[in-house]
Write a protein that binds this ligand. Structure first.
Ligand SMILES: *Cc1c(COP(=O)(O)O)cnc(C)c1O
Length: 373
């Protein structure tokens, strides 16, 4: 036996979302599934295996080590390393057939020399900074950068990419359009000096739907594949049906009767207004369940919502089951997921925690067992 706190990952829903997105976007656009940060907490290897089975074109990870994990699990699709590599990792990148994003000449040079030593030509993609201001070659430095790249015979420019700053925000349409125009200009500048990249991509989940013309040859989808939508897409864009992939469950450990006026939890922040039945649930901020939900969030017990009462601690959360008379030790508690017509989405937790759903799912800790169905 083990602690009953588990994240259930529904791989059927993941596959459904991919098919649904494909059907909506249409053939002709390649799909890169972003599985960085353990697939936003959903389990990179298991999700990648299923997406591979569904015929995904590319995978995207953040760091080379994440790509190595996928290769060791038998994933054979091309893998784009969105954050590039760190000096010293160039041989690892080559040995594991990872395609790094490059945004400075030093990295291009390291990759070129390592490729020469191994007697091969390595693919890489260039990241252009069109306005996010994070990694990427600035748009006013494309000409020099492209010229400098021509000195490397052992690397091949396979793709050019960029990343939106605010594709989800309808008030930032002008900026997003400016980013798309800068991207087009940058691509033209690379072409003028003889490069011929096969892949052009700039759209994340929000960009794919808010700006269809940003899809180019490939879209890079993370959040939508995992069925996260409310805080990902602008509210007014047409979208296909998508299903949440992750649910989070536990079981009641103990139920006790607390008299009116008694308090529960650290800091005594909850005082019972009536004779109450309070249940202890074995999950806490040590599992990534946000402490900010103290006296604020809710869970589902036997098809009823129950309030979180008192402070969430590292290992325990207290809930009020006064109105769920048959709640007892062993009764299932749904923290994220749906049951009957009751639903708690990761987006709801994100909002209560003043963050986004991605941080909620990414934050579900390694103490929480993942079960794949
Ligand atoms: C994380 C990431 C994505 C995916 O973004 P979503 O909003 O999850 O679709 C796409 N591109 C890059 C460069 C990223 O870092």
């Amino acid at each position: 036996m083990h602690r009953p706190t588990t994240a259930i990952i529904d791989l059927e829903s993941l596959a459904f979302n991919l098919r649904s997105l494909r059907q909506f976007i249409g053939a002709g656009t390649k799909f890169l599934a972003v599985v960085k940060a353990n697939a936003y907490g959903h389990g990179a290897v298991e999700c990648a295996r299923r997406l591979s089975h569904e015929g995904i074109d590319w995978f995207g990870v953040s760091l080379p080590e994440e790509g190595v994990e996928l290769r060791n699990a038998g994933i054979s699709e091309p893998i784009l390393v969105l954050g590039g590599f760190w000096p010293g990792q160039e041989e690892l990148v080559i040995d594991y057939r990872l395609v790094p994003v490059v945004f400075n000449i030093e990295h291009a040079s390291l990759l070129d020399r390592a490729s020469a030593r191994k007697g091969l030509v390595s693919n890489y993609h260039i990241k252009v900074d069109t306005g996010l201001g994070r990694i990427g070659v600035r748009c006013d430095q494309i000409n020099e950068f492209a010229a400098a790249l021509r000195q490397f015979p052992n690397i091949h420019l396979d793709g050019i990419m960029s990343h939106f700053a605010a594709a989800d925000d309808p008030e930032e349409i002008e900026f997003a359009i400016a980013q798309m125009e800068r991207f087009d200009r940058a691509v033209a500048q690379f072409r003028e000096v003889g490069f011929d990249p096969a892949i052009l991509d700039m759209a994340n989940s929000a960009g794919t739907f808010a700006y269809p013309s940003s899809r180019h040859t490939m879209v890079r989808l993370g959040g939508l594949l995992y069925g996260l939508t409310d805080d990902v897409l602008p509210s007014d864009v047409a979208r296909p049906k998508l299903k949440p992939v992750l649910s989070l469950k536990s079981r009641i450990t103990q139920v006790k009767v607390v008299q009116m006026g008694e308090t529960v939890g650290y800091g005594r922040t909850f005082k019972a207004k009536r004779t109450s039945r309070i249940a202890s649930v074995p999950i806490g901020y040590g599992d990534g369940y946000p402490r900010s939900l103290s006296n604020n969030g809710r869970v589902i017990v036997k098809n009823e919502y129950s309030d979180i009462v008192g402070r969430i601690s590292m290992d325990w959360t207290l809930i009020d089951v006064t109105d769920v008379p048959d709640a007892q030790p062993g009764t299932e508690v749904l923290l994220i997921g749906s049951s009957g017509d009751h639903l708690i989405k990761a987006e709801e937790l994100g909002k209560l925690d003043e963050t986004i759903s991605y941080e909620i799912t990414c934050g579900i800790g390694s103490r929480v067992r993942r079960i794949y169905i």
